[in-house]
Ligand binder design. Structure first.
Ligand code: CO
Length: 215
């Protein structure tokens, strides 16, 4: 594990050296602009680096991360990232990726107080309450995993219902939206939703959301 700040700068120098060896024009090309095909909405957790786990390179992926990968309709930061990605960069895919063992989800499932962060995580308590009938049948470990999955599906639903995505779909423009869960213990990503690119498809998620499947 790297803990010294100097190591980061040394590693950066090595990175530059290695890239230039592979391709002397690498940074010149990179500085010309970006045309990423993907927007990633993921958790801030240090163990879930989107580029590493998907094999993407600089320029491939526009990224927004927050604790517990939430899509909150009043979050100006997320909405700005989404609007820019969908309307200006015209990304083809938006991925919401959660992960098993998420500290944010775990905190929301417990009773302990953590300060300001509890406000951010409050929506997860609603999800837990909403799907309690299903969740209560599971043991503690399975319930935690299931909450991570349900949270991703919930956030996909929220994403599909933003005015930005709704307007894009109305214009017949992508994005496809996807809900994934990353498994820290194996390294594999598990898709939780099919590919969604219209309101009918989001209704399938909505059916789930309104408890037809989840209840
Ligand atoms: Co997390």
């Amino acid at each position: 594990m790297i803990t010294s700040i100097q190591s980061l700068l040394r590693n950066n120098e090595r990175f530059v050296e290695e890239q230039l060896q592979l391709d002397p024009g690498y940074f010149a090309n990179l500085s010309e602009g970006q045309h990423p095909a993907f927007l990633w909405i993921g958790c801030s957790d240090s163990r879930v680096p989107p580029d590493r786990i998907t094999g993407t390179q600089p320029g491939d992926m526009f990224v927004h991360r927050n604790i517990a990968n939430l899509v909150v309709q009043t979050d100006m930061n997320l909405l700005s990232v989404l609007q820019y990605a969908v309307e200006v960069l015209e990304v083809e895919h938006v991925i919401v990726c959660g992960h098993y063992g998420c500290g944010g989800v775990k905190a929301a499932m417990g009773e302990a107080k953590h300060g300001l962060i509890d406000n951010w995580l409050r929506v997860l308590k609603d999800t837990q309450q909403y799907f309690w009938k299903e969740l209560m049948t599971l043991n503690e470990h399975a319930r935690f995993d299931r909450m991570v999955e349900l949270n991703v599906i919930e956030q996909v639903y929220n994403l599909g219902k933003t005015s930005i995505v709704q307007e894009a779909w109305k214009r017949g423009v992508r994005p496809w939206i996807h809900g994934w869960v990353f498994d820290l213990s194996t390294g594999f990503i598990h898709p939780q939703t099919g590919m969604i690119n219209n309101d009918a498809a989001i209704q399938e998620v909505c059916k789930f959301h309104t408890g037809v499947v989840g209840a």
